[in-house]
Design a protein around this ligand. Structure first.
Ligand SMILES: NC(=O)c1ccc[n+]([C@@H]2O[C@H](COP(=O)([O-])OP(=O)(O)OC[C@H]3O[C@@H](n4cnc5c(N)ncnc54)[C@H](O)[C@@H]3O)[C@@H](O)[C@H]2O)c1
Ligand SMILES: CCCCC/C=C\C=C\[C@H](O)C/C=C\C/C=C\CCCC(=O)O
Length: 256
């Protein structure tokens, strides 16, 4: 899929991996709607993006992905301004074992909601033009992160949901591809934020830290390149791409 003038919507776009994904989409000619709850960070980023890529190529929409109303309004506004949605990246996520219901709400419920909203616009069976949805899970969607069982559960949920949606899309003829990206630890603000959020698993901080030192830490651009592959390579559908330092691997699951 060529990205020139394609319309993308990215959640959690103001910082970290979402920012990197937004930048790589713009670099390849797409128009991007940036959804984020952090207005200050997003406004700062928008100044940079408008200077670098032009006034008309990006749009910030303040949106808490936990709110169905705000999500619906943001998707609608994107369609009004840019004329449709071709690419969705459900990226917004947190790690907070103390506020575990909020973790489920942002990391899993909002991914499902975002996917269904995008499908309303993309589904070829209902006059859509097709498209591609890439969900950002984690290596924790495949193997357990011992300090964060609920985070692990949400990311396993995102992997399963994405793969099932891909199968449903193929069987139904939606014309929409679904892939999931599973990065190991990435250098963003998320990692330091977790130390105060581990709740009853705080005693496992050192073990998690050791795991991170053993595996190593990815940069945001490395993750963004993998996202780009899942969007542009039209042969990729129902794939889970695991990315670790010096490793990029399409995950194979048991065939039943
Ligand atoms: N950093 C890592 O090590 C790592 C590894 C694998 C996967 N991930 C996943 O990548 C995604 C992005 O993580 P990151 O490391 O860039 O985090 P980050 O904290 O750097 O950025 C997250 C962004 O999401 C936004 N956000 C948070 N809650 C939101 C909400 N309710 N509504 C809208 N926006 C919201 C934040 O404001 C922020 O801009 C997450 O889903 C995370 O689980 C991160
Ligand atoms: C400073 C302590 C580290 C805190 C880490 C917090 C958040 C990390 C989120 C990432 O999404 C996690 C990414 C990779 C690790 C996940 C699983 C490891 C599985 C290991 C195994 O299979 O044995």
């Amino acid at each position: 899929m060529a990205l020139r003038n394609k319309v993308a919507l990215v959640t959690g776009a103001a910082m970290g991996i979402g920012r990197g994904i937004t930048e790589i989409l713009l670099q390849h000619g797409a128009k991007v709607a940036l959804l984020d709850v952090n207005e200050t960070a997003a406004r700062g980023l928008m100044e940079v993006l408008k200077k670098q890529f032009g006034q008309e190529r990006s749009l910030f929409l303040k949106c808490n992905v936990e709110s169905e109303e705000q999500m619906k309004a943001a998707f609608q506004k994107t369609v009004e301004v840019f004329g449709g949605i071709d690419i969705l990246c459900n990226n917004a996520g947190i790690v907070n074992e103390s506020a575990w219901e909020k973790t489920v709400s942002i990391n899993l419920v909002a991914v499902i909601r975002g996917t269904y909203l995008a499908l309303e616009h993309m589904n070829k069976l209902t006059q859509g033009q097709g498209g591609v949805i890439v969900n950002i899970a984690s290596m924790a969607g495949i193997g357990p992160l011992l300090s964060s069982p609920v985070y692990t559960a949400t990311k396993n949920g995102v992997v399963g949901f994405t793969r099932a949606m891909a199968a449903a899309s193929i069987a139904s003829g939606y014309g929409v591809r679904f892939n999931v990206l599973c990065p190991s630890f990435v250098k963003t603000g998320l990692i330091p934020s977790t130390s105060s959020n581990m709740g009853q698993f705080s005693h496992l901080f050192d073990a998690a830290n050791q795991l991170m030192e053993k595996i190593g830490i990815l940069t945001v651009p490395e993750v963004a390149e993998c996202f780009l592959e899942l969007v542009t390579d039209e042969t990729k559908n129902g794939e889970a791409l695991l990315v670790m330092p010096k490793v990029k691997k399409y995950v194979t699951f048991p065939s039943l």
